[in-house]
Write a protein that binds this ligand. Structure first.
Ligand code: TTP
Length: 393
């Protein structure tokens, strides 16, 4: 079966991290986000991948090429993001037979995708405490009976996960009308399929919609924790690697370093001497962690550098970010309240007690900068030596 993976979006809520890298290509453990979705589909039995691309399409194409994990890859271009039904419509000419559709910015457990593909047609659901912010699926037994967007009075607590298997006939039903928010929504296609077919509700046991920066952190927490210990790089005899630590070939871990797994140190990265890495941490390609630096539960994108005597916790550093010596990230409030972050101009809760900073590509801090929890440094932002930063820059 073909898997159509929707990856045309920029990810405006993911700014500043999506400033130069489209959201589907942001790092999650050893691969970009969308590659995990693609792999779940392939491991579940998909035999062809159709990637719907648009924003920064070339970055996605370059990564996947014409073949990925042993199956052919095709591309459909969606020039303008006009909705999920419109995205599938862009892929229509490639479709041959029943087809799966997955959101390219969602992580799914592979077993669920397997069940989805073997129950044609089907919709993936995920049990949530408060479904009012999701598309909500109604069921009778295993059969889907309805789908409603963000209802005030949700009929069930089954959220729509954006994972479907449709019959080929659904290709004729993709020309849906425009919704109230001005998009062509796949939920309208789902409604039509429900009315014509018995559609199985498949419960997804683990699911993550990666829309905002702390969800990228969560995605890394999920995928890094699945790695098994594998040490191939140049590791000093005086370093301690504890648990599921992966050090790729071409990475360097110097004397006096302690790494508590799960952690992933990628090729070309350098850690230490005397650094401490813990939590679920990704030190991506060519990133540098200096002398006596502590990194906890964070993502350092390719080329990011954290200078000596610094602390970085629960944070994401974009590409080529440079934290000057003595930069300290605070990741916990005195009142223990959940930390807020500004998404598209509104303050929203991250639902995390521990959350540090999100630094856009090439942001630089002066020495001894202090950063308060939930801060955003935009791409290329700078701070002065000794600056105490309490507002987004
Ligand atoms: P969204 O999360 O709604 O959009 P986005 O990824 O661009 O993020 P933001 O809202 O922060 O700007 O999209 C869900 C998935 O569907 C995601 O994988 C992108 C994809 N998509 C398309 O491919 N084309 C579209 O027109 C839309 C609306 C989404």
């Amino acid at each position: 079966m073909q898997a159509i993976v929707l990856a045309a979006g920029e990810g405006t809520r993911m700014r500043p991290l999506s400033g130069s890298v489209p959201k589907p290509m942001l790092p999650v453990a050893e691969e970009p986000l969308v590659a995990h979705t693609a792999r779940a589909a392939i491991e579940a039995g998909a035999d062809e991948l159709v990637l719907v691309v648009g924003y920064e399409a070339d970055t996605v194409r370059e990564y996947f090429g014409e073949e990925y994990a042993g199956i052919p890859v095709k591309y459909a271009i969606q020039e303008e993001q006009r909705g999920t039904a419109d995205a599938v419509r862009a892929a229509r000419d490639h479709i041959d037979g029943s087809f799966a559709v997955l959101n390219g910015d969602n992580l799914y457990d592979t077993a669920a995708v397997k069940r989805l593909l073997s129950n044609d047609p089907s919709v993936g659901t995920y049990r949530v405490d408060d479904p009012s912010n999701y598309g909500v699926i109604s069921t009778e037994g295993d059969c889907v009976t309805g789908i409603v967007e963000k209802p005030d009075d949700p009929p069930t607590n089954l959220a729509n996960t954006g994972a479907y298997v449709f019959p080929e006939e659904a290709c004729d039903w993709l020309d849906v009308g425009e919704s109230e928010r001005g998009e062509f929504e796949i939920t309208d296609v789902v409604e039509r399929v429900i009315s014509e077919y018995d559609v199985t509700a498949v419960e997804v046991k683990r699911w993550l919609d990666v829309g905002r920066p702390w969800e990228l952190l969560k995605a890394n927490e999920w995928k890094i924790a699945e790695l098994e210990r594998d040490v191939r790089g140049d590791v000093s005899e005086q370093a301690v690697l504890d648990g599921a630590v992966v050090v790729e070939e071409g990475a360097t871990v110097k004397a006096g370093v302690t790494i508590e797994g799960p952690a992933l140190i990628r090729s070309g990265a350098s850690v230490g001497p005397n650094a401490y890495i813990r939590g679920t941490t990704l030190v991506d390609e060519e990133a540098k962690v200096g002398h006596s630096v502590e990194i906890k539960n964070s993502v350092l994108s390719p080329g990011a550098t954290v200078g000596h005597l610094s602390y970085v916790g629960d944070s994401v550093l974009g590409r080529d970010v440079n934290f000057g010596a003595g930069t300290n990230v605070a990741n916990l409030r005195h009142d223990d309240a959940d930390i807020k972050f500004t998404v598209k101009g509104s303050r929203v809760s991250t639902d995390r007690r521990k959350f540090g900073v999100i630094a856009g590509d090439k942001a630089k801090t002066g020495i001894n900068t202090s950063l308060t929890p939930g801060l955003k440094l935009s791409m290329g932002a700078t701070t002065l030596p000794g600056e105490v930063v309490t507002r987004d820059k």
